[in-house]
Design a binder for this molecule. Structure first.
Ligand code: PNS
Length: 159
């Protein structure tokens, strides 16, 4: 039986933190489906298509698939046959939001487990929002994201 995990998020844009999490997950699942939320409450910098394209370019691995999804995450997970939702837990600040989501998702789909993974130490304080902020003002984010993302950010913020 193929063990499938869904890794949902906004990925606006994908960072080395996300890539690290996917690599860690592939140690215990056969397939990671990276699920890009279309209807995120946030106003994304990159369009859904751009976020999907950057993920596909940066997470090239036979066990990784990238799809956009709309609506409830649990419905998407059921549709792709996943038994696990993956989320990264970086710092204490993440905990309450993540706990709330995990409990709500369990309420909606009792058979689906949320598994939290701890990122690499040096990526613990990395977030897409910080990357966007630094890139917006011309800072160097090349240590934090794939070169394709550096290019995309430069293009986005070119005046
Ligand atoms: O990267 P983010 O923005 O923290 O990811 C949040 C995301 C996309 C995982 C969450 O907003 C989500 O699951 N959205 C889909 C709609 C849904 O199922 N909402 C109920 C979650 S409890």
């Amino acid at each position: 039986m193929t063990r499938i995990a869904v890794y949902p998020g906004s990925f606006d844009p994908v960072t080395k933190g996300h890539a690290d999490l996917v690599t860690r997950a592939l140690a215990f699942v056969d397939q990671v489906i990276v699920a890009v939320a279309v209807n995120s409450a946030k106003q994304p910098l990159f369009s859904t298509d751009e976020r999907v394209a950057l993920l596909r370019e940066t997470l090239e691995h036979p066990g990784v698939e990238v799809q956009a999804f709309d609506g409830l995450l649990v419905d998407f997970a059921r549709g792709v046959g996943a038994r696990v939702i993956l989320r990264g837990l970086r710092a204490v600040a993440d905990f309450e939001y993540e706990f709330q989501m995990a409990l709500m998702n369990r309420q909606l789909a009792p058979g689906l487990e949320t598994v939290f993974l701890v990122p690499a130490f040096d990526l613990t304080y990395l977030s897409s929002s910080l990357v966007r902020e630094v890139a917006r003002f011309g800072g160097d984010v090349s240590q934090l994201v794939h070169p394709a993302v550096v290019r995309a950010l430069k293009k986005k913020f070119a005046t």
